[in-house]
Ligand binder design. Structure first.
Ligand SMILES: [Zn+2]
Length: 242
């Protein structure tokens, strides 16, 4: 397998609209006095954000299921097939322990998605904190029937985050991996992001999708990027991009 020629990059920008309250937790166990015990992850300015790793990880899993490439032990799928849609887009790490002597290049970069603060202005009066709501989740003790309320911080429905994806194009790819990205975005819309998805949290939708292409000459000769398309949503992109 030779090294394929790099042709350019697709830059895909989209709004992520929160449809049902979103909880992406932090790993910080530190409990501030008077703080929430289930905080959402925030940037240094205290605004919730969606880590690119959370987005990419979830889309990869959904893509593995879609393509029937889920590892029987539940490990991350990796293979040496250069046509593998999952490894081709999301990449494989070089694994010294396995016999896989080659690795797929990672074509996809997912940036952290930051909050559009204006999107929450209409809800300011209803929010418990500047950017979030606090939902009291009840679990019921089966013996005593006593409710056990547990506060959970959430990004409210209506919030918008600014997402950016970059898909590299190599010789022979054409739009294959760009389409794989949109497929993964669609699968994510019909799944959930963050925690408590089976209890209704984390439904999101992609809106206002803009795609531009930066050919190799953009980098080598300073040529302009070229607009590819704009779409209102993922379905439109999937049906018209072919
Ligand atoms: Zn693979």
């Amino acid at each position: 397998m030779g090294v394929k020629k790099f042709l350019g990059k697709y830059i895909v920008k989209a709004d992520i609209e929160v449809i049902t309250g979103l909880h992406i937790g932090t790993n910080k166990d530190s409990l501030e006095i008077g703080g929430l015990d289930n905080p959402v992850i925030k940037d240094p300015k205290g605004r919730p954000y969606i880590p690119g790793s959370s987005l990419k990880g979830k889309m990869r899993v959904l893509s593995e299921f879609y393509h029937g490439k889920v590892h029987e032990k539940g490990d991350v799928h990796k293979c040496a097939d250069e046509n593998c849609p999952v490894c081709g887009l999301f990449g494989t790490s070089v694994d010294n322990k396995s016999n896989i002597s080659t690795f797929s290049r990672t074509r996809l970069i997912v940036r952290d998605a930051y909050l559009d603060e204006k999107s929450l202005e209409p809800y300011a009066d209803f929010l418990e904190t500047k950017y979030t709501e606090v939902k009291h989740e009840n679990s019921i003790n089966r013996v005593t029937s006593r409710a056990n309320p547990r506060p959970q911080e959430r990004v409210p429905a209506g919030a918008i985050f600014k997402a950016e994806f970059v898909v590299d194009e190599y010789e022979g790819d054409e739009k294959k991996f760009l389409m794989e990205l949109f497929l993964a975005m669609k699968l994510l819309e019909d799944d959930y992001l963050g925690g408590s998805g089976s209890r209704g949290y984390g439904k999101i939708a992609f809106r206002n999708i803009q795609i531009v292409k930066r050919e190799k000459t953009f980098y080598s000769e300073g040529k302009d990027e070229s607009p590819v398309s704009t779409f209102g949503n993922v379905e439109e992109a999937l049906s018209k991009l072919k």
